[in-house]
Design a protein around this ligand. Sequence first.
Ligand code: 3HC
Length: 691
Amino acid sequence: MIHLHPRGQVTLLEIDNPPVNATSQAVRQGLLDAIERLDADPAVGAIVIAGAGRTFTAGGDITEFGKPPLLPHLPDVITRIEACAKPVVVAWHGTALGGGCEIGLAATKRIIAPDGSVGLPEVKLGLMPGAGGTQRLPRLIGPVAALDLIASGRMVSAKEALALGLVDAMAAGHLRDEAIALAESLIGQPLERLSARPVPPADPVAWDAMVAKVKKDAKGRIAPLAAIQLVETARAEPFASGQPKERATFFDLMASPQSKALRHMFMAEREVARVPELAGIAPREIGHIGVIGAGTMGSGIAVAFLDAGFSVTLMEASEAALQAGLDRVNGLYLRSVKSGRIDETIRLERLSRLTPTTEIKALAETGLVIEAVFEDMAVKLDLLGRLGAALPAETIIATNTSYLDLEVMADALPHPERFIGLHFFSPAHVMKLLEIVRARRTSKEVLATGLAIGRRLRKIAVIAGVCDGFIGNRLLARYRAQCEFMLEEGALPQEIDAALEAFGFAMGPFAVQDLAGLDIAWARRKRLAATRDPAARDVPLVDRLCEAGRFGQKAGKGWYLYVDGKRQVDPEIDALVRSHAAGTGRAQRSFTTAEIQSRVLTTMVNEGAHILAEGIAARPLDIDLVLVNGYGFPNWRGGPMHYADETGLPRLLAEAEAIAARDGQAYAVAPLLRELAASGRTFASLNTPDR
Ligand code: 3HC
């Protein structure tokens, strides 16, 4: 865990705990023992702390969180490092995060590799730094910059760390050699300890602005607000009284449902990539892909692949449509340059990997072709037939459909085992979620390739089975219907949106529908009309809105009115909803925020349980990741299935039964929900057993 490498008067202490040198109990103990030994050894003049492998350390060991803390505690180890009678230099490479950054703050000097980065990301786990970070960092870089880093959790590059004064030097050549030289130069010099330094004064205007920004960005999360409090403490109190306050906050937050949910998200994001049945199956190497359809979705997909280093051939049916698509791709890149995300050289390099075409045969040299054409089965079947004839048998063919039946599409292709769904979310180059839809005949190699591509795109790739809407859109259709049912019982769209926004959703479902365009929901309703059970509860309000040209934001009106881009409640909609509701003959009443939230959340969970039982999603965590990363579900609530466990399944079951009693055939209580509630188990128990 800890290796010591003497180099003259300096000893290099190396933390070695793969994969990311987390400061687990063994590392903490090893560090403490080593520091005590080196401090006592008269032959040692100075110490360098470095990390083995790819990173300095990713900080506290997340697998220990939520369990009884094990001695020695990291703050005590760090206090001991700071108390060392000899100079200590920290050599940061890779990422120095959380406790890794805090170890550095206890050192005499910090040096970083040019491609290294450093940060205090605890807030992303619903926590605050717990080993002195909130008290030492303001003393080093000032309270405004410290609050920014602590409350946002963002990592800073070596260059920014140097500019902020967070490091003393950036290595020009060999990090460890330079760290050792720096340590040597400090031997015999007076040692300054950060905890003894006062926090430099802040410009009151800048401080107030940063506090306001942190409060605004918190959006329901408690940890960023704790950051304000703790940096205030650092400004007002000596380190000796500030640190226990920081520690107490750390433990309070650790016990909070928000941190539990965010830690569940962190683990789920990593767990989702582990698919036991694909163990040992090598994905195909693919460097060149084809995209058919250069509309909003197709061009976004092309940009996502170009950004990840692939070559892309973009195909459209006509020169005019192709040009419009290229304009879209160019527009996205110009915007990225304007916002400073990339520079001109990168833009040109990425565009150099894009080949436009109107010829299907130009796709023959690619390893994977994704169709993103109009969402209509006849259009897709015609295209797939042509692709089957024009492309080699081994070319993987993917569809970006959001709802259509992949089994029917696979029938249109020779070698259907190479067919897969890659369901991107708009804008495809930004949204983290990728549903990988597995049809009955999709081969394991093709599935593994889909997952590998998702990883290369840096997406959260979740495998889904075939059904109407897969995981995300199927849940969405269910809970949206439940929201419309509430409109028939006395609720108004703005009340439902407000209740779900108060829960933490980025936007309520009616506002989202306006943003996406109501014509999408309308087209789907028409498509499903023929097969809809006439006895099932159905709310035709979307039809009325679309018939009146209220297609949403793009039409300036939908469920709301949009004046100068601002959403406004429209009395006409209130009247329409009220008159429709009265016409149903249903009892009218007002809804509380909690009632609305409970009905929507229960509906999601119930449908999630159906999806699990049918094998459409492999694990509850897959559903949580889909809803959080594609549908605006607040990550600090951990996704619907985690939320269900936290709420208690018996309570949810009772609510599901009440909804079913009201909605009749439209709502079947999931047997899995009944089973888990009856046996006292949780959805989490269906995730990997050792989690
Ligand atoms: N503790 C335990 N395991 C960790 C870990 C941590 N802090 N950070 C990462 N890991 C594990 C991951 O779970 C993963 O395990 P797996 O291979 O079994 O799935 C493995 O390390 C590799 O991680 P990634 O797949 O995430 O690798 P990347 O290269 O994509 O990212 C990273 C590396 C940037 C370090 C990223 O893992 C990360 O952001 N980690 C979390 C960092 C963090 O939040 N640190 C703060 C911890 S809290 C703290 O320090 C408290 C202190 O203030 C007292």
